[in-house]
Write a protein that binds this ligand. Structure first.
Ligand code: ZN
Length: 247
C-alpha cells in the first residue's frame, strides 16, 4: 500500500486551560486523532500545534504532507498569514485538507471558500444524527445510515459556504435545526473535506464512527489525479503544424 503522509494541526489551547477538556483529551485532541490514525494501514502521522515554530507547519513539513487536518477555535487570529499563504498554495497544488468542527472559521478555510463561513450555534448538549445523504461516496463507507451523537454542540443553517461539490452528511439536532455537516470542495488540484463533529467538551474524537469518517476523508482528499498536466506559462509547442492558421 502506498504511504500517505498526514499532518494533524490543532491549536491545542482548550486542553491546557479547561479541566474538563484536559480530562477528555490529556494529550490534546490531535493526539486522540493521531492515536487512531497511526493504526490505519499506510498512514504516516505527524502532529502540529500553534505554539510550535511556524505552528509546526514549516515548509519542509508542508512539502512532505499529503493531507493536512485542521482543528482551531479560539486562536484562529493567532495563525500567521504567511503560514496560511503557504498552506493555501499547497492545497492549490494538490495537498488534501480536512477541516474539523470550529475550523469552519479558520483563516485557511475562509480563504479557500471565499465566504464568511458563518453559522449559528448553541451549546446545550443536544442529540445529533448525521444522516448519510451520499451513499456512493468513499467518505461515507463503513458506517450505517447515520451516526448518532448523544451530546453535541449544535451548528445550524445558514452555513455561509459556497455550494459544496458534493454533500455527504446532513445533521438533525434535538432542538430542530439541520446542518450540512459533511461536504467536499475542489480548489486548484486540492480536495477539501469539512466534517462538523468535534466540540472540545464532548468525547467526539473517541467515537469510532467519527474517526472512521475522518480516516475515509483523509484517504479521499489525498491527490490521486494526473500529475502531468501543464500549468500556466508552461505550454509546449504542439506537434501538429499550425501553418494554415498563421500563413
Ligand atoms: Zn465547538
Amino acid at each position: 500500500m502506498e504511504e500517505l503522509k498526514l499532518t494533524i494541526y490543532n491549536e491545542f489551547i482548550h486542553e491546557q486551560r479547561n479541566d474538563l477538556v484536559k480530562k477528555l483529551y490529556p494529550k490534546g485532541m490531535h493526539e486522540a486523532i493521531a492515536e487512531y490514525m497511526r493504526k490505519e494501514p499506510g498512514l504516516r502521522v505527524k502532529t502540529a500545534t500553534l505554539e510550535m515554530p511556524d505552528h509546526g507547519l514549516t515548509e519542509e513539513v508542508l512539502n512532505s504532507t499529503d493531507v493536512l487536518m485542521w482543528w482551531g477555535h479560539i486562536a484562529h487570529d493567532k495563525v500567521r498569514d504567511e503560514i496560511v499563504d503557504k498552506v493555501q498554495a499547497r492545497v492549490l497544488d494538490g495537498m488534501g485538507l480536512v477541516v474539523m468542527h470550529s475550523g469552519h472559521l479558520s483563516k485557511i478555510f475562509k480563504r479557500l471558500m471565499g465566504t464568511s463561513c458563518g453559522l449559528c450555534w448553541r451549546e446545550a448538549a443536544e442529540r445529533e444524527r448525521l444522516w448519510v445523504v451520499n451513499p456512493n461516496h468513499p467518505i461515507t463507507q463503513g458506517i450505517g445510515p447515520y451516526i448518532e451523537l448523544p451530546n453535541t454542540e449544535m451548528y445550524g443553517e445558514y452555513f455561509d459556504v459556497p455550494d459544496p461539490d458534493e454533500l455527504l452528511f446532513i445533521s438533525w439536532f434535538e432542538g430542530g435545526e439541520v446542518f450540512r455537516s459533511g461536504a467536499v470542495w475542489h480548489r486548484g488540484k486540492g480536495r477539501i473535506f469539512y466534517f462538523r463533529p468535534g466540540h472540545e467538551t464532548y468525547p467526539i474524537y473517541h467515537n469510532k464512527e467519527v474517526l472512521r469518517v475522518l480516516a475515509n476523508g483523509i484517504r479521499w482528499t489525498k491527490f490521486s489525479g494526473n500529475t502531468k498536466t501543464k500549468s500556466i506559462g508552461d505550454c509546449v509547442q504542439i506537434k501538429e503544424s499550425l501553418k494554415f492558421q498563421f500563413d
